[in-house]
Write a protein of this length. Structure first.
Length: 185
């Protein structure tokens, strides 16, 4: 069974007006280059009825993280919503689709992700992770999967970072330390 984990594909990270979307890579806003690939992966998983988990930043207005990063993805704001290109029909608690809000980098920290994965246990699942930012939330979530001995795949076409050097270092770390299969490069 395949499980797709989509990390922070939110307006504040991916939309041109988002609080954290402004870094330009190859002439595009950094996250714009992966939206088409992520949308195709979401479509394939939906078409096959495979599990999709949406990990979404959802910060309090005064979150301590805003001492390190600009204010972003505040709960119940436009910036915290999944981008329209991935389907405004994301169903909370659908049979094969979950939205899990998070307040820290790892999708496991203080969330119900572990519980959802244990409830939806499959024989030898493969976890595919995509989204932003490669060197922060994607990498920390892949680390959490590795700590649970889950087989993980990261396609370089499906992850982006506002810092190209950190992006490359994170891909190497996920491969070499966490044992993730890094494909599509």
């Amino acid at each position: 069974m395949k499980i797709l984990i989509v990390v922070d594909m939110l307006n504040d990270f991916c939309h041109k007006d988002g609080a954290l979307s402004k870094s330009i890579i190859d002439g595009k806003l950094y996250a714009q280059g992966i939206i088409e690939h992520v949308a195709a992966r979401v479509k394939e998983y939906r078409d096959n009825g495979w599990l999709i988990i949406w990990l979404c930043d959802a910060h309090a207005v005064n979150d301590k993280e805003f001492e390190r990063f600009p204010k972003h993805a505040v709960t119940d704001t436009w910036g915290a919503q999944i981008i329209d290109e991935l389907g405004s029909d994301v169903a909370k608690e659908a049979a094969y689709e979950y939205v899990i809000e998070k307040t820290r980098y790892s999708g496991f920290y203080g969330t119900r992700l572990s519980k959802v994965l244990s409830i939806r246990a499959y024989q030898e699942p493969i976890y595919e992770v995509c989204g932003v930012c490669t060197s922060i939330c994607v990498m920390d979530t892949v680390g959490g999967l590795a700590n649970r001995d889950y087989k993980t795949v990261v396609n370089v076409k499906g992850v982006a970072d506002f810092d190209p050097n950190a992006h490359e270092q994170a891909l190497a770390r996920m491969k070499n330390l966490y044992g993730a299969d890094i494909i599509g490069g």
